[in-house]
Write a protein that binds this ligand. Structure first.
Ligand SMILES: [Mg+2]
Length: 225
């Protein structure tokens, strides 16, 4: 059989609908530090970046407050997670779980994760949704520079011994598309996440999925499967 293809997934906004959790945590973090909270749209625009980079964008004039904001955000996120009932703060998007299992059971594909989430946050998601067996490589913000740096994708490629031309990143933000380009893989955008489809296209996404069911046809088109 021929070599497999590697599908590298972003998590927040692509697999998991975490916007309620992220927006509430950001509002709490800014309140804790005594700064006016960013708007919902501003907060959603930074999802996927690591926290120090995100705070630079959200509070550009308060650099001295960034370390405290990062810590306050982490604390708020954890407090809300522990207070939330079950998966209500981090549900899978409709169809995303089924898509992952279908791809996992298909010998043509190997799956991986490149996320701006922390190791602790990602471990929680893997357990919450029983996704641990799905991914051959899981790369998180703790161990890499923020997207769009290609480090996370390059590590997935190395872990799985798959060359970039046989890999694709699936994500909802321009940071995912730019990260994929920097690593010389293609990128496929999703229309249900936190950045506008027009921006994903302009950044160079090869195609845009309207539903998780569209992924296998998009992969088939990319590689003439
Ligand atoms: Mg995302």
């Amino acid at each position: 059989m021929s070599e497999p293809f590697l599908i590298i997934f972003d998590v927040d906004g692509t697999l998991i609908d975490s916007q309620a959790h992220i927006v509430a945590s950001m509002e709490r973090a800014f309140a804790t530090i005594g700064l006016p909270a960013p708007s919902r749209a501003e907060t959603l625009s930074i999802v996927g970046l690591s926290l120090p980079v995100a705070m630079m964008k959200l509070a550009p004039n308060d650099a001295s407050a960034h370390p405290a904001l990062v810590e306050a955000y982490k604390q708020a996120f954890q407090d809300l997670r522990l207070s939330a009932q079950g998966a209500s703060f981090a549900p899978l998007f409709a169809g995303a779980g089924e898509m992952l299992w279908q791809l996992h059971q298909d010998p043509r594909f190997v799956l991986a994760v490149a996320t701006g989430k922390s190791r602790r946050g990602m471990e929680h998601i893997l357990d919450l949704h029983s996704l641990r067996p799905i991914f051959a490589s899981v790369q998180v913000a703790d161990d890499h520079p923020s997207k769009p740096h290609p480090s996370m994708v390059e590590t997935c490629l190395m872990d799985c011994a798959i060359p970039p031309e046989r890999a694709v990143v699936v994500g909802d933000t321009i940071y995912d598309v730019e990260m994929a380009q920097a690593a010389q893989t293609g990128a496929i955008g999703v229309a249900w996440g936190y950045h506008a489809v027009a921006d994903l296209r302009a950044a160079g996404a090869l195609s845009i999925l309207q539903h998780p069911n569209d992924l296998i046809p998009a992969l088939a088109q990319r590689w003439s499967l």
